[in-house]
Design a binder for this molecule. Structure first.
Ligand code: FAD
Ligand code: SIN
Length: 529
């Protein structure tokens, strides 16, 4: 079945939803595809909040400075200034959509603090900021008649018109998507496609991310010949709750913002020995310090200590974290909490301009899938929700201009989806074996501390998996697990390729063979054209 819209949005997290609302307001018809239910997203899990300059005691220069310092010389200062400068407007826009950030006793915003921030500037809704945003945006969406949402609709690939002669005239035409419930592939035609598919934490064995975070947008863009950038900068969040099950529930950095201290196996507070900001140092530094302490002691985790705070305060400020710890028999006000680093955020991604344009006309990207230049080599805490909303607005402006320029241009014919597969059977167990092998390989060889040898080992293993899955892809009818595995393998290849390109240690990329940063910082760019 073929469906036609002005704009196709892939993803229903903060980036996709806020972009859809912004672009529909300008009179365009919009389809949102989302591979599970509407609220299944990293956005829904965001805890700490959204960084923006709102306090009298704060200023843009300070937020810019903190972002640049965390980014370790690789942020684009122009992009940082533009996004940080749009913070107050972004807060207003979210308020208009119905987000009610927590307030203090004076009626002002109750601002939290996180790693790398020199000031309190994180707006939050207790420790469930993302859920409050997702709920508000979905409510606003229900009031917008120009937007149609397709749940359980898995985007397989964007459709690109390829012209000879150096790609002149190439543009995006839409996307193929699998209806997960009936197994049929539909064609969505649109002159504009916005990738808002989020991150790729599932590529690693241990992650704070939900199951949807399999890097689909990055892989789709890459297959469409679009430039991808800085994929080696995978952010490991320092404090995920350690549990034998392997699930990694996040303990927000805002807990350290309220005074929590990291302690090693011997009970010693260790962060001052690693950085003058101590427990509130940028994330890359804290995660590496924890890794070092765990390796020194052989312990499977370190401890987070906030026992100096009252139970009443902790229950009110961090209700979700308090409750989750309680279910595991831990009382935050009395017990030390076992924590470990876990894969959390992709700082690189699909290369975009400050107007969310990719290198393919008509194809846009925003949110975690994109690499705008804001985060550089390490994202400053709580800058991603800010970036998503600001870039959604900028993307909507740019899309509006693009659609006006395209008006009247005939839509080219789109080839139907061809399903070459049809095979099935018990062989499919290979998909879950390969899925596990990939995630284990990435965790063991492409983690917090890297070496060239381990990266090369990972490259060999992943290319074997890629070969195997390529055969599967062409021989079996598509299903979501297979599609996700194919995407995760592709993303893993890109991470390793960028990591091998970068012969220095910078920000989140720490490699024993090249322990120092080079004098001149440069992006790692991958392009097929
Ligand atoms: P997401 O919210 O992940 O949405 C992606 C959407 O794309 C989903 O709807 C998904 O189903 C859909 N999708 C993916 N692939 C396909 C496909 N092939 N076809 C169709 N649909 C698809 N950042 C902050 O700034 N502050 C915080 O406090 C914070 N806390 C966090 C806590 C946790 C536990 C996690 C995991 C992340 C946190 N982050 C935080 C990061 C932040 O939440 C994410 O970067 C941000 O929400 C990403 O938004 P997004 O819209 O780009 O992607
Ligand atoms: C957290 O609450 O610690 C997560 C914040 C973020 O990832 O920006």
């Amino acid at each position: 079945m073929t469906k036609t819209f002005d704009v196709l949005v892939i993803g229903s997290g903060i980036a996709g939803l806020s972009f859809a609302l912004d672009v529909a307001k300008r009179g365009h018809s919009v389809a949102i595809l989302t591979k599970k239910t509407k609220a299944d997203s990293s956005t829904n899990w965001a805890q700490g909040g959204l960084a923006a300059v709102t306090a009298q005691t704060d200023d843009f220069k300070a937020h810019v400075r903190d972002t640049l310092a965390a980014g370790a010389g690789l942020c684009d200062p122009r992009v940082v200034r533009a996004i940080v400068g749009a913070g107050p407007e972004c807060v207003r826009e979210l308020a208009d959509w119905g987000v009610r950030f927590s307030r203090d006793a004076t009626g002002g915003y109750d601002l939290g603090r996180e790693g790398g921030h020199g000031k309190r500037r994180i707006l939050h809704v207790k420790d469930m900021t993302g859920r409050a945003i997702e709920v508000a945006l979905l409510k606003a969406l229900a009031r917008e008649p120009r937007i149609a949402v397709f749940e359980h609709c898995f985007a397989i690939d964007v459709i690109r018109r390829r012209r000879r002669h150096g790609g002149a005239g190439d543009r995006v035409l839409g996307a193929y998507a699998l209806d997960v419930r009936d197994g049929r592939v539909h064609t969505f035609c649109a002159p504009v496609v916005m990738l808002a598919t989020g991150g790729a934490g599932q590529v690693y064995l241990y992650t704070t991310n939900p199951d949807i975070a399999t890097g689909d947008g990055i892989a789709m863009a890459w297959r469409a010949g679009v430039e991808v950038r800085n994929m080696e900068f995978i952010q490991f969040h320092p404090t995920a709750l350690y549990s034998a099950t392997g699930r990694r529930f996040l303990i927000s950095e805002a807990v350290r913002g309220e005074g929590a201290v990291l302690r090693n196996a011997a009970g010693e507070a260790f962060m001052r020995a690693y950085h003058p900001m101590g427990d509130l140092a940028p994330r890359d530094i804290v995660a590496r310090a924890i890794d070092t302490e765990m390796k020194k002691s052989g312990a499977p985790h370190v401890w987070l200590d906030i026992t100096h705070r009252s139970e009443a305060f902790l229950r009110t400020r961090f209700p979700q974290i308090f409750k989750t710890c309680r279910q595991l028999g831990l009382n935050l006000a009395r017990d030390l909490v076992p924590v470990v680093p876990a894969a959390h955020y992709v700082c690189g991604g699909v290369a975009t301009t400050i107007a969310a344009e990719t290198s393919l006309p008509g194809l846009y990207a925003c949110g975690e899938v994109a690499c705008t230049g804001l985060h550089g080599a390490n994202r400053l805490a709580s800058n991603s929700l800010l970036e998503a909303v600001v870039m959604a607005r900028r993307g909507a402006d740019s899309v509006d201009r693009y659609l006006r320029a395209e008006r009247g241009r005939p839509a080219p014919a789109i080839p139907d989806w061809v399903d070459l597969g049809g095979g099935d059977g018990d062989e499919r167990v290979v998909i879950s074996h390969n899925w596990d092998e990939l995630r284990r390989t990435m965790w063991d060889y492409v983690g917090i501390m890297r070496t060239t040898k381990r990266l090369e080992r990972a490259r060999t293993r992943i290319s074997n998996l890629a070969r195997e899955i390529h055969d599967y892809y062409w021989n079996f009818s598509v299903d979501p697990r297979l599609l996700e595995l194919r995407n995760m393998i592709q993303v893993a290849e890109l991470i390793v390729a960028c990591a091998l390109q970068r012969q220095e240690s910078r920000g989140l990329h720490a490699i024993a063979d090249y322990p120092q940063p080079l004098r001149k910082a440069r992006d790692s760019r991958l392009s097929q054209t």
